[in-house]
Structure formats: structure tokens, C-alpha cells
Design a protein around this ligand. Structure first.
Ligand code: TRP
Length: 339
């Protein structure tokens, strides 16, 4: 019997995002991605993955990759992502990702994959290892997203093109076989997505910066954080205000705003008549207290192999279940004989 008005739980919009284990997370990642993910964990059905299959498109030391995967997984579990409601997992533990990506390869044109700017950049950077995985990186990413009938993907601006090709592939497939995939929308972060280097505020903050004072890792100790902010580059005006030509102070104000939620006007008022020394210390303290709960949880679990294993198994099981449904649908539609 049809019954549309009883309490079947309303399905929330689905959010999917992933991060490569090889990218060492800085406070730029924290404010640009992780903190927003935490805010979404309440209102959406979220899936967050450690993209280890994407990481092997370039060469890694195997033991190091395993360590980084474990640490990134522990870090995701340490964020306020509500793992009891949302799914946190390791990409390679869910075979449907590799399986769907193969199928999508057969529905993606050589020409469109060749136009990806990230592929062009990485081919230049790794000229001795331009492998097919690097070329097929976007179809694996499309598989990640499409397997879960994802509605929204929070991504940095650098991943926007990958989301566009994902939408193209989904629409093409739906056009041929009828509605199969949800077509995802990007959620491009605003503030926080561009936290700049503390030493050269014209550059984006990056852990690969040769100057260790330029970036703050999510796992830096309070002492290190204070030191780095104390030596942050500013200007000679000695007035805390947001203005053109004050990139260093603008960046510190952005970071403070991410930590406290204050807007620039409020920050200017708060530090009216105060010097840069005092302001820098306040920014450092705000960062330290923002990171504290994450660091505490991380330090507690990162060496607890049994706990991490159990969480990884739970995440993989849940992700397997959801992705399996889409994969089955796809296999049927393209004419693969189901088991
Ligand atoms: N390629 C993304 C990055 O390097 C990581 C990623 C893999 C991802 N799969 C994804 C991001 C799916 C969003 C959705 O940042």
C-alpha cells in the first residue's frame, strides 16, 4: 500500500569529500576544509574519505604512505565529524571506487581528460612518470562522488574542474541510460580557503614551503605556533586594519576571524591602539585553542592500532553498502552480468 505521509526519515542531502593522505594538513586545510566539514556533519549525510588510491598516481615510499594514510584517517576521526552518523573511510577499502572508475573510463573521452589543468601540471612536474592513473585521476574522483548519489562536494578552487568533469560524466551517463547518478554541485569555500604564508603573504600557505616558519601544521605544539606567529611578516604601519598593501596583517586578521568568528570591523575595534606584538600573540592563542580539541583526540588515538582498525572496518562496511547499490545499478545498465 502506498503511504507517503508517514515518518519515513527524510533523506538529507549527501555531501562527499576526500583528502589525499600525502597532503600534510595546515591550518589552511583546517579552516578551508575540515572546519566547514564539521559544520556540515549535522545537516547533511556526509562521507569523508582518505584518497589513498589517488595518492599512488605519483611515487611514494610504501611504508611512508601507509603511515600517512593511518595518520590522516586518525586526523579525520579527531575532527568533530560525528562518525556515529557520518561515514569516514579509506578509499582503497571500498572496491567499488576502483570498479566504477573503470566503467567511467569507458564513458569519458580522451580529449576531455587531456584538458584537465591538473593533469597538464602534474605531467610536467613528474615528466618521468606520466602514468595512466594520473590521466584517469578525474574518473576515479568522479567514481568517489557518484557512488554515493552525492548532492554537494566541498572542494577548493583547484578541484573545481574535476567537479565539472564529474558532472559532465554523470549527465552523459544519465542521458544514455536514464537517471542513474545524482549530479553534484560544488561548494567552494570562501574565507579560510586562502590562508597565506606567514613569511610571504602573497603565496598560499603550504607545508611544502622550504621555510618552516611559513606554515602552521594542524599538529604543531602551542610553543611552535606562538613562535611562528611572532615571526610572521607584517608592515611598518603598526595599525591593525584590513587594507590594500597590508597582506601580512590581512592574513593574520583572516586567521583570527576564522578562529573567533569576528568580522574585520570588530577585529579592528578590538585591537585599536594595540601593537602588532599583542595582536600576533592573540592570533596564536586563538589558533591554539581552536586546534586543542582536535590535537588532544588525535594524540589519544593515533597510536591505538586496534581502535583505528575497528573504525576503518566500520567505515568501509557502511561505505560498501551504499556504494554497492549504485555500482549494481550501473553494472546492470551497461550490460554486465550480475553475480
Ligand atoms: N583530488 C582531491 C584533492 O587532491 C581529493 C579527492 C579525491 C576528492 N576524491 C575526491 C575531493 C572526491 C572531493 C571529492 O584535493
Amino acid at each position: 500500500m502506498e503511504n507517503n505521509n508517514t515518518a519515513a526519515p527524510q533523506r538529507k542531502p549527501v555531501v562527499f569529500s576526500a583528502i589525499q593522505p600525502t597532503s600534510v594538513p595546515t591550518i589552511g586545510n583546517y579552516f578551508g576544509a575540515f572546519k566547514n566539514w564539521s559544520n556540515m556533519a549535522e545537516d547533511y549525510d556526509c562521507l569523508f574519505a582518505v584518497a589513498d588510491l589517488h595518492a599512488i598516481t605519483v611515487r611514494n615510499e610504501p611504508a611512508m604512505l601507509r603511515k600517512q594514510t593511518k595518520e590522516m584517517f586518525a586526523l579525520l576521526l579527531s575532527l568533530d565529524l560525528k562518525p556515529e552518523k557520518n561515514i569516514i573511510f579509506i578509499q582503497s577499502h571500498v572496491p567499488a571506487h576502483a570498479e566504477l572508475s573503470w566503467i567511467l573510463n569507458c564513458y569519458t573521452q580522451f580529449g576531455e581528460a587531456s584538458r584537465m589543468t591538473q593533469f597538464k601540471e602534474k605531467s610536467q612536474k613528474h615528466a618521468d612518470n606520466i602514468n595512466i592513473g594520473l590521466f584517469a585521476y578525474p574518473t576515479l574522483m568522479a567514481a568517489d562522488i557518484l557512488l554515493y548519489q552525492t548532492n554537494f562536494v566541498p572542494v577548493g578552487a583547484d578541484q573545481k574542474q574535476h567537479l565539472e568533469i564529474t558532472r559532465d560524466i554523470a549527465e552523459r551517463f544519465n542521458g544514455i541510460y536514464g537517471n542513474t547518478f545524482a549530479v553534484p554541485e560544488p561548494l567552494i569555500g570562501k574565507s579560510g580557503s586562502r590562508i597565506m604564508s606567514l613569511q610571504d603573504p602573497a603565496q598560499k600557505m603550504s607545508k611544502s614551503d622550504p621555510n618552516p616558519k611559513a606554515s602552521v601544521s594542524m599538529l604543531d605544539t602551542p610553543d611552535m605556533i606562538v613562535k611562528k606567529f611572532k615571526s610572521a611578516v607584517t608592515d611598518s604601519e603598526a595599525v591593525v586594519r584590513y587594507a590594500d598593501g597590508k597582506d601580512g596583517i590581512n592574513n593574520l586578521m583572516s586567521i583570527y576571524s576564522c578562529c573567533t568568528g569576528s568580522d574585520f570591523d570588530a577585529i579592528e575595534r578590538e585591537f585599536d591602539g594595540k601593537g602588532y606584538g599583542e595582536f600576533k600573540l592573540a592570533v596564536a592563542e586563538a589558533v591554539i585553542s581552536n586546534l586543542k580539541p582536535v590535537q588532544e583526540k588525535y594524540n589519544k588515538i593515533v597510536n591505538d592500532a586496534a581502535y583505528l582498525k575497528e573504525c576503518a572496518a566500520k567505515g568501509a562496511e557502511a561505505a560498501n553498502y551504499v556504494s554497492g547499490k549504485t555500482l549494481n545499478k550501473v553494472m546492470k545498465k551497461v550490460g554486465l552480468l550480475l553475480k
